[in-house]
Design a protein around this ligand. Structure first.
Ligand code: KIV
Length: 290
């Protein structure tokens, strides 16, 4: 079978023009990336949500550039033919441009990502521009931006009133003007997300932002219920229950070890005839195997 060609940012824009929705999911390791690629996903996001769902923190703030490089590399090894975006972690793109480019370089050269994602609007537009000018595709992220959760005052829906709608529209336009190839809209009211998507020539990818976006993204652990720490969420649809399957599989394994039904005959290897006689020589003791 011919290898699937990864999407690129030019094709993504064409998808938007042709009305083809983009599918994006997060992944943080080799096996998940492998399965996502086999399932036909368009884009994989190595999100800093790994802080919550993989590393067990209660926010994305402790995630470091080393964490992102490590996880991005393993994802890329599993999904060589998929477009992979890696998150720039908290406070790695708010200092000097040189400092920002160092982090971007690590995600691209050591992590082998195809693009980076940054949270924020007007205030990071110059940074986005500098990164794009350095030749690196940037995916924007506005609305609920988890890295600013302490400033926003919690995980709140964005774009409920006219002033907030205008702010979001201005942020989206600033990112487009800065050269972002797309924008994630997180927890934005459906009407405002649709208006932004209509106004921009670059694709929007929504999470909790309704049906008018040009694509959708969900966190892998939410999609398959893999010990996802925040359940249930209204904007998430779960498509499987891997968590229950894993729990019951491990419980069955524990039970069989305890009652000695595992390993069974079919799981063992046998020595040649006479090996024990040679081992014990004249003692001729029998080794009891249950
Ligand atoms: O880190 C992440 O998983 C994200 C998605 C929620 C878009 O930024």
């Amino acid at each position: 079978m011919a290898k699937k060609q990864p999407l690129n940012i030019v094709k993504m824009k064409k998808y938007k023009q042709d009305g083809i929705p983009l599918s994006m999911i997060t992944a943080y390791d080799y096996p998940t990336a492998l399965l996502a690629e086999e399932a036909g996903i368009d884009i994989i996001l190595v999100g800093d949500s790994l802080g919550n769902v993989v590393l067990g923190y209660n926010s994305t703030l402790p995630v470091t550039i080393d964490d992102m490089v490590y996880h991005t590399r393993s994802v890329v090894r599993g999904a060589e033919n998929t477009f992979i975006v890696a998150d720039m972690p908290f406070m790695t793109y708010h200092g000097s441009i040189d400092e920002t480019l160092k982090g971007v370089r690590r995600l691209m050269q050591e992590g082998h990502a195809h693009a980076v994602k940054m949270e924020g609007g007007v205030e990071i537009a110059d940074t986005v521009k500098a990164v794009v000018q350095a030749g690196v595709p940037v995916l924007g992220h506005i609305g609920l931006t988890p890295q600013s959760v302490n400033q926003i005052g919690g995980y709140r829906i964005q774009g409920k009133d006219a002033a907030d709608a205008k702010r979001l529209m201005d942020e989206a336009k600033a990112l487009e003007a800065a050269g972002a190839f797309g924008i994630v809209l997180e927890l934005v009211t459906e009407e405002v997300a649709a208006a932004i998507s209509k106004e921009l020539s670059i694709p929007t990818i929504g999470i909790g932002a309704g049906r008018g976006c040009d694509g959708q993204v969900l966190v892998f652990h939410d999609v398959v219920q893999y010990a996802s720490p925040y359940t249930p969420k209204r904007f998430v649809k779960t498509y499987g229950d891997v968590g229950s399957l894993i729990r019951s599989s491990i419980a069955a394994y524990v039970k069989e070890v305890k009652d000695r039904s595992f390993p069974a005959e079919e799981h063992v290897f046998n020595a040649a005839d006479g090996v024990l006689d040679e081992l014990y020589g004249q003692r001729k003791e029998k080794v009891e195997i249950r």
